[in-house]
Design a protein around this ligand. Structure first.
Ligand SMILES: NC(=O)c1ccc[n+]([C@@H]2O[C@H](COP(=O)([O-])OP(=O)(O)OC[C@H]3O[C@@H](n4cnc5c(N)ncnc54)[C@H](OP(=O)(O)O)[C@@H]3O)[C@@H](O)[C@H]2O)c1
Length: 486
């Protein structure tokens, strides 16, 4: 069932001329318009420090962004940009600048008969979050005669102390019910499908525990290297860039208990409990790597340290693998292996649930091969869907077992899926926080990883185009698991 169209509102888009707005946010808003999911009178007020921009120039910029995104009819989206996009500079970010912003918002609301419902969307570099939140709060733009919601892009802090400080500032001016901390993975259908899959199918939910599952592997593997983002990546690394947010979201949704209800508070509090149950990470349970030169599909690839902008002796991790233990009733003794890296052999984002072997090896006397155990792989990228492997008898004599796979692909069943931003933007307008990170959850994740930020493990080098350093294999010692390299 389609949700009702959101109440009339406007987006105040801080960072309106940035890469995220260009590639994702504006195309997603336009998609929502095409699908008739935007409310009556919807407006976007773009904000950046650029004082030379005008409404007309910003609309032109918007048309360019939608062209780049591949939308076919330029006259239609040009009309939409003219009708919807406005621009206001925040200049130096003084109180007078925020007051001018407030006056502009009010004027737009009057002109379009909007009831004062506003999304303050911070698509800004993280170092601009605090001054912007302060600016909004001090000039009373944290409230309006309708509702005001604050959407904040990732990353939310860079360690526990900074996340706490940012939460304290946010809560000085905004109630938690107004706050939408983003992690765009949560907008993906297949991530949301984890909930449907687990809690909508008694078959799987009854097997989703230590009695039936021997280990879980969560992988976010990229073929790309650092590309032209060296300045960002040198200050960030894989732990902050991927593990603290995307992999942790996949972990909590995979491991959480059944929520009391299918609503935001109940779901988010179960996710927080997972993080609170993770045993402190021992340094020998984490392996860091950095890609050296190598080859992928016949193409020679240079080392991370040779990329422009990267320090010649950089110790920044481009690969992280870790073994986690969740100390609760459901998962005691089931290792969770998390792995992410750049310049790996294949681009894939997946969760592999490895089930236990049957209690008796019944076929041992007739087939020496150790039967594969059932594996459920939930793929988030590039082909969203899932695959269940199981053993069958191969036809004829002698009696032999063979692994077969049952596959479901979202694109085959439902056509192409949205990028996920459409869902998230709509949810902010609807006031549904389920797919956004609670302040406590952000802190709980940083609490888990901050010891590694203080005392990072040594770096192991791996060939670009491989599956990471061999040292990652030692994390599997004592289990019968092996890293999935499908
Ligand atoms: N790009 C992505 O694919 C992506 C994906 C996930 C999350 N994110 C997150 O989204 C946020 C934005 O990323 P981005 O890649 O779009 O960054 P970006 O390309 O550097 O754009 C930043 C935007 O913010 C504006 N800006 C900078 N400082 C400002 C300030 N103090 N007040 C108002 N505007 C300011 C910039 O314009 P002026 O300099 O003219 O002010 C520009 O419009 C970041 O937090 C990033 O981590 C990005």
């Amino acid at each position: 069932m389609k949700r009702p169209t959101p109440l009339p509102c406007m987006f105040v888009m801080f960072g309106a001329t940035g890469d995220l707005m260009h590639r994702k946010l504006l195309p997603a808003l336009y998609n929502l318009f095409e699908e008739k999911r935007l409310p009556r009178g919807f407006q976007v007020l773009g904000v950046s420090r650029d004082q030379s921009l005008t409404d007309a120039k910003f609309r032109k910029w918007g048309v360019g962004a939608l062209k780049d995104a591949g939308f076919p009819s330029s006259s239609k989206f040009a009309r939409w940009c003219d009708a919807v996009l406005q621009y206001q500079t925040i200049a130096q970010g003084s109180e007078a600048d925020y007051a001018a912003l407030g006056a502009r918002i009010a004027a737009i609301e009057r002109a379009h008969s909007l009831p004062g419902n506003r999304v303050m969307y911070l698509a800004l570099p993280p170092n601009a979050f605090p001054s912007t939140i302060e600016g909004l709060g001090k000039t009373g733009l944290n409230h309006s005669r309708g509702w005001t919601r604050l959407a904040i892009e990732k990353p939310f802090g860079h360690d526990l102390a900074s996340a706490r400080a940012l939460n304290a500032l946010v809560h000085k001016y905004f109630d938690e019910t107004q706050v939408y901390r983003g992690d765009h993975y949560l907008g993906k259908e297949s991530v949301q499908n984890l909930l449907a899959f687990r809690f909508g199918n008694a078959l799987f939910e009854s097997a989703w525990n230590r009695d039936h599952i021997r280990n879980v592997q969560i992988t976010v593997a990229e073929e790309l290297g650092v590309e032209n983002r060296a300045a960002y990546y040198e200050a960030t690394g894989a732990l902050r860039d991927m593990v603290q947010n995307h992999l942790t979201q996949m972990l909590t949704l995979t491991a959480m208990e059944v929520p009391a209800a299918f609503e935001a508070d109940a779901i988010r509090s179960e996710k927080i409990k997972v993080l609170q149950s993770v045993a402190p990470l021992r340094s020998n349970a984490v392996v860091y790597g950095q890609y050296a030169a190598g080859k992928l599909q016949g193409r020679k690839l240079r080392a991370y340290r040779d990329a422009p902008g990267v320090a010649a002796k950089s110790r920044v991790e481009t690969f992280v693998a870790m073994r986690m233990e969740i100390e609760n009733w459901r998962w005691q003794g089931v290792p969770f292996f998390l792995r992410t890296g750049k310049r790996l052999a294949k681009r894939t984002t997946e969760i592999a649930i490895n089930f236990r072997s049957p209690p008796i090896a019944l076929f041992r006397s007739i087939d020496a091969r150790v039967p594969h155990t059932n594996v459920l792989v939930i793929t988030l990228q590039p082909d969203e869907g899932f695959e269940l492997s199981f053993e069958v008898k191969s036809p004829g004599d002698p009696f032999r077992l063979q692994t077969q796979r049952m596959k479901f692909l979202y694109a085959e069943a439902f056509g192409n899926l949205s990028t996920g931003y459409e869902t998230l933007l709509l949810e902010v307008m609807q006031g549904d926080q389920t797919l956004f990170v609670h302040g406590e959850e952000a802190e709980a994740a940083w609490r888990l990883y901050t010891p590694l930020l203080r005392h990072p493990p040594p770096i192991h080098f791996y060939d670009a185009g491989s599956w990471g350093p061999a040292a990652a294999n030692r994390l599997l010692a004592g289990t019968d698991a092996s890293w999935s390299t499908r």
